[in-house]
Write a protein that binds this ligand. Structure first.
Ligand SMILES: *Cc1c(COP(=O)(O)O)cnc(C)c1O
Length: 235
């Protein structure tokens, strides 16, 4: 994707999401695009913002802070932190993001809650689930999920919105759907268990598996390559 034209790739991504929602028999407003801008320059984010995109996902804290400083004039931009989160980075995330999708342990949640500045809205949180059960991957197990959810729900500076997962790659759409269906059922179970909680978000689906995720109820699809083109080495 050398000659990427952002207006075209973004329009194509929007059409792709709209088609997937239609194929799933879901309303057009049921899911939105999170533009994953990691490794991409602030100028591209600004261009996407001018094309109407508001939600952006970043994986690396320092890179994100640099771009946020450059884009401070875009007041209604919504920053999502979607990468692995170490303890020494929680304060920056608590102070500079509206959402975190990658909370997978109590210690990290507690630090985000303690470090969220008082003047800001509660930090929107998705719990990352290791949905394919891969030993070396981030994410809470399905067994540990209810206890972590209960703990986060008691933290006043966090607002538990739902679940996020990155399944093991699969080629066929049926194979792609299975882990997404498990994540959807896990969210449904949490809703039954915690009926008062604002659990409205399934953060799932990327460039390779958006359609499968939307068929299984994704509400926030995280598209990087499809919008911004291939990534080379990390900046
Ligand atoms: C990089 C990344 C994405 C986007 O992946 P693409 O395949 O480029 O769409 C989505 N989610 C997470 C957590 C990522 O790290």
């Amino acid at each position: 994707m050398k000659d990427l034209v952002l207006s075209e790739s973004l329009a194509t991504a929007r059409t792709r999401l709209a088609e997937a929602l239609r194929a799933a028999g879901r309303p057009a407003t049921d899911a939105r695009l999170l533009a994953v801008s990691k490794t991409k320059p602030a100028a591209m984010i600004r261009e996407a913002w001018h094309l109407g995109q508001r939600d952006f996902g970043e994986n690396y804290v320092q890179e994100a802070l640099d771009k946020q400083a450059e884009l401070a004039d875009l007041h209604d931009i919504v920053w999502h932190f979607i990468g692995p989160l170490q303890s020494n980075k929680t304060r920056a995330v608590a102070e500079h993001f509206a959402w975190v999708h990658s909370v997978d342990r109590d210690r990290i949640a507690r630090r985000l809650n303690d470090q969220r500045p008082e003047g800001l809205e509660p930090l929107n949180v998705c719990l990352q689930v290791n949905i394919s059960g891969e030993p070396s991957k981030s994410g809470v197990t399905l067994d540990e999920l209810p206890a972590l959810a209960e703990s986060v729900l008691a933290m006043p500076a966090l607002r538990l919105r739902g679940l996020m997962a990155i399944p093991a790659p699969a080629e066929e759409i049926e194979a792609q759907r299975e882990p997404f269906a498990r994540l959807r059922r896990a969210l449904e179970a949490l809703r039954v268990r915690f009926p008062e909680a604002p659990l409205d978000t399934l953060s799932m689906g990327m460039t390779a598996d958006l359609e499968a995720a939307v068929l299984e109820g994704a509400t926030l699809v995280r598209l990087g390559t499809a919008i911004f083109g291939e990534r080379t080495a990390r900046q």
